[in-house]
Design a protein around this ligand. Sequence first.
Ligand SMILES: [Zn+2]
Length: 442
Amino acid sequence: MGRPVPIGSAPPPERLPQFSPVSTLPTLEAAPLAIVVNFVRSGRATTRPELVATTGLSRKVVTQRVEQALALGLLEDGELAASSGGRQPRTLRFRAEAGHLYSAAIGASEFHAAIMDLSGAILASHHEDWGVEAGPEPTMQRVQSAFSALALKTGLGRPWAIGIGVPGPVEFATGRLVAPPIMPGWDGFGVRSWLREHYDAPVWVDNDVNLMALGEWTYGTPHDGRDMLFIKVGTGIGAGLVAGGRLLRGDRGAAGDIGHTHITDDPSAVCRCGRTGCLEAVASGWSMLEESMRRVEESPYLTKVLERTDRLTLGEIGAAAVTGDALALEMIDTRSRLVADVIANLVNFCNPGALVLGGGVLRTGPRFVDLVSSTVHARCIPLVTEHLTVRAASLDHREGVHGAGLLASSGLFATGPLTHWVESGSPLGHATTLQRLSAELA
Ligand SMILES: [Zn+2]
């Protein structure tokens, strides 16, 4: 009998080392070149003397590799920097316009798509109401059409990399959805494989809440670099945690998937995942919309809305609450309390510096954030709440698309992949190898 193999220990096929005989191996100069580019890109060094001081590379190597990076178009000379005694050194700048990235954030009922430069600045973007229950093929085709329209608008050619978020559990190493509760027809669908078949670019896929957390932590305001717990309450409910500047994904990518935490024994709380008693069954956006339709006659405001349109939205429920509508207030308050209880436990557990609330629930107005904030402050221990900031997400529902761009650029500029392509000046043509390298790193 052989050694027992722990369940789930076998690596997915993409993580097995595969060595292509035709791949061009980087030279010895590639590693210092990658270091020089990344130090300037991240702002850790802005002049040649700073590169010598911070990288540990010799003055000669820095001079040679900077010249190479300038010739490749990855860096350029900037203004003269302040002198520290001798001659004023010239600053160096990373050329964010050398290439561009595609990013998309697919939610349960909408998606954002964007083309960004290499620094993550959005060059053009697109937003569309779209239900993922339409299935993977029609959804991916819509995203592809959006990318094509944005490419036409900006006049930009092939992307250097693609980052995408989806509203379900994603196995990070393979970009495959695993039993997503609110995405019928997507189980086992390879988001990365689909995009790799349509684009000659490396693709990185993550859960939408993880990318919202990453986008908000990096670009949101106020930015203080402290650990952040991001909670999304939209059609579904999820959490993303950035700790020590890194997104916590867990072993396979499912960390933070709190929507299907069991919180009630009420058998009537039937969830979309097929079980009963889940947090989403009683506190999510879809449960609120369902209840508002069921009890609409109790609300004169929502009854009027329904006479005008054929469906209610979270924004309409928020507008009703502002007018003092009893049903809207009751539905928001009940859910806020249920979600706040779970959030308070999480805050006690991970002691974030900032608790940020995002997703469609923000369209119901400030009430939700206020209620969660007071519950968390009442339930958590003083050391946890003393310096805790509780606030709404600050990027106007674009945290996810920013996070997807960050995911793509961090994949492209990770040391292994960058060392592989940097001497070409561009990753174009290296997609297969870069994807393999990043799978090994995952
Ligand atoms: Zn569930």
